[in-house]
Design a protein around this ligand. Sequence first.
Ligand SMILES: Nc1ncnc2c1ncn2[C@@H]1O[C@H](COP(=O)(O)OP(=O)(O)OP(=O)(O)O)[C@@H](O)[C@H]1O
Ligand SMILES: [Mg+2]
Length: 239
Amino acid sequence: MSGSDGSAGRVGTGVAGLDEMLGGGYPRGHVVLVTGLPGTGKTCLALQFLLDGARHGERGVFLSLEEDAPQLLESARQFGWPVDAAVDKGVLKILRLDPKETRQNLHRIQGELGQELSGLGAKRIVVDSVSLLNMLSDEEAGRRATLFALAAACRGSGATTVLTAEADPLHPEVSRDGLTEYVADGVIVLGYRTASDGHRVGLSLRVLKMRRTAHVRSVQPYAIGPSGLTVDAKAVDLG
Ligand SMILES: Nc1ncnc2c1ncn2[C@@H]1O[C@H](COP(=O)(O)OP(=O)(O)OP(=O)(O)O)[C@@H](O)[C@H]1O
Ligand SMILES: [Mg+2]
């Protein structure tokens, strides 16, 4: 089921099959971490979430620390998503946080970001990615404080949030910083399936945690096709 008018208190993910795994979508108001290795589709999944909202007239804000707005719009257009119309209508806003402007960004996150997001009337927020945010602080305590402030700003605005993070290449089931998992209400891991000879043979998704949700725990295959990510929620557990 898609959109926010489906199961009570659920917000559509915009990804076929994933709503099913979550019993209707992300719980409203949650901060959900999506972690995965490069190219596993984190940015696509995040865009799908915002476009699902746009379809229902819900305003979404994409805070980008990686790609700039033209690149993101181009990615969305190639999947045929009506991203230009969403921007024109004001239901989608892309804000760029330049990771080089360290001090300014930290100040903003710990200060006015929550109010900015509320002021924009955002019902859905994406931060892509928090891994770059973590590079703003040298110490773990600083990184933790930034992540907590960011999650508080998102929650305080009343929106439902997707944070993306790079997976640790040595332990791809956890994020590189190993911290965001504790800040988030939910964690989704995107990964590569490997054959016994070590070759990558496909993509798989696992819902590691989702507070207040009886979610599917098995590993399900997904694909990135001509219309974006689709999860095969019916496939037999890949283990
Ligand atoms: N039109 C398309 N059809 C099928 N697959 C595509 C298409 N466009 C992109 N992809 C796949 O999606 C991947 C990119 O997805 P995305 O940018 O969302 O990944 P990501 O996890 O955000 O990567 P990164 O960590 O580098 O930011 C590409 O590497 C490619 O495999
Ligand atoms: Mg990306």
